[in-house]
Write a protein that binds this ligand. Sequence first.
Ligand code: IPE
Ligand code: IPE
Ligand code: MG
Length: 244
Amino acid sequence: MSNKIISHISVIMDGNGRWATQRNMPRAYGHKEGVKTINKIVSVCSLRQISQLSLFAFSSENWNRPEYEVQFLLKLFEDSITKYVDDLHLNNVRIKFIGNLKSFSSKLLKTISQAENLTRDNTGLKLNFAMNYGGQWDIINAVNSMLNDINFVSKNKKISAVDFEKYLSLQGASPDLLIRTAGEQRLSNFMLWQHAYTELYFTDCLWPDFNEKELDVAIEHYQKRTRRFGSLKSSNHIVKKYVK
Ligand code: IPE
Ligand code: IPE
Ligand code: MG
């Protein structure tokens, strides 16, 4: 097996509701189990020295769910961050939240900023939670931020991909591998810019059942892929020439 570099993994953690329904339990039960899976997968990625893990926790479209489910999820995020933050900090994990966070309650916002501040200088796994996140929102938000940035506007130059990326909610290396659990084969508006050349892996496994073994299978699939980025030879790195 080749040993292709895998430094950034992103995950669309789907299937919590179906997992609970299969057990005649309320969907909330599936969401709670899903949090336990996050904890396990974060530990595995830390141990494996994966540099970055980006998890889709709540999409900008998830507000369309029944109010009680939305409220349950928001409370679960708050409780889970509080419960796990110290352990993550001890494990040198740096936590970042991306998305239109302004819509959250001041209590949740405080929990989020405390977690980010506490772990800011950690040098281990970079753990990104996408919350109230939409890829289209991210791009539009970047355009607006750029137009409001006097330093950029005053230079009055053409926008390059490199300039533009500075205004997105997540800069730096794009995901090498995107995993989506629970069978759907779509992006559901997750990091549209950053996934331009990511290898996609879909599994029927529901998120609460996902584990180290399933992660290994996904990584094995990734190892067998040939990444070309539009060229004719295989490469580990995006040649930035595809966007000027
Ligand atoms: C993913 O599981 C969690 C969130 C979107 C918050 P779902 O809640 O979408 O579970 P299914 O797809 O209904 O099974
Ligand atoms: C995507 O799952 C969002 C998250 C996992 C947070 P959804 O269940 O909301 O996606 P759709 O509705 O099936 O596309
Ligand atoms: Mg779903």
